[in-house]
Design a protein around this ligand. Sequence first.
Ligand SMILES: [Zn+2]
Length: 77
Amino acid sequence: MSRGSVTVACTECNFDRAFDRLSEARVALATHEEETGHAADWRIDRLSPGVERAGDEAGICGRPGCTDTDSPIVRDP
Ligand SMILES: [Zn+2]
């Protein structure tokens, strides 16, 4: 589950790749910027707290008591 946890995306073209390691991503980013002059950016998906929180609030385990009904992302039936 560690595959592709770091994503490098360019803001000026379609360059978009996922890497296992931050070091690989940074090299790819630097290479792309050097070759194209574009301003690329990277993000670490597995460290995104919002994603994990959204999963918890949606009650993905399936049990009724697990759903946080106060969450703005949970729609009423
Ligand atoms: Zn680019």
